[in-house]
Write a protein that binds this ligand. Sequence first.
Ligand code: RTP
Ligand code: MG
Length: 143
Amino acid sequence: MPLQRTLSIIKPDAVKKQLIGTILQRFEQSHFTIVAAKMMFLSREQAEGFYAEHEGRDFYEPLIEFMTSGPIMVQVLEGEDVIPAYRELIGKTDPTQAAAGTIRADFAESTRYNAVHGSDSPESAAQEIAFFFTDDEICPATN
Ligand code: RTP
Ligand code: MG
């Protein structure tokens, strides 16, 4: 199994509900190592840049509004096969379709207000990590 890094976001809905600790605990219980983390308030330009792949879709504008509606917490997580393992842990985009026990099944309100984001491929992980973090902000895992 390859050691991977993924970009994780705890979105404004989950931050507002004071779920940061609960969600980070699930990552650690899944043996993902937090190698970088910070609180941020995304500007419109940053949100548009991050979600550029969705420009033109009907949910794009409300998504930008949502992601700039309050602070987020971004992290880099490291672990064996962490990119697919993280997607499995959070569940499907629509929480009504998300498997029981997943983060979205437990904490998402809707397909839009769905608590978390995780990179969906090694290519997007590399791009998304570089979007938020410089190399010297990422601490090598010690375990
Ligand atoms: P994410 O990128 O945030 O990890 O989520 P995802 O891959 O599961 O979903 P994606 O299709 O990439 O959509 C990005 C985010 O846009 C919002 N969305 N709203 N129909 C809607 O109202 C709708 N569809 C998507 C969600 O916040 C979704 O996570
Ligand atoms: Mg996505």
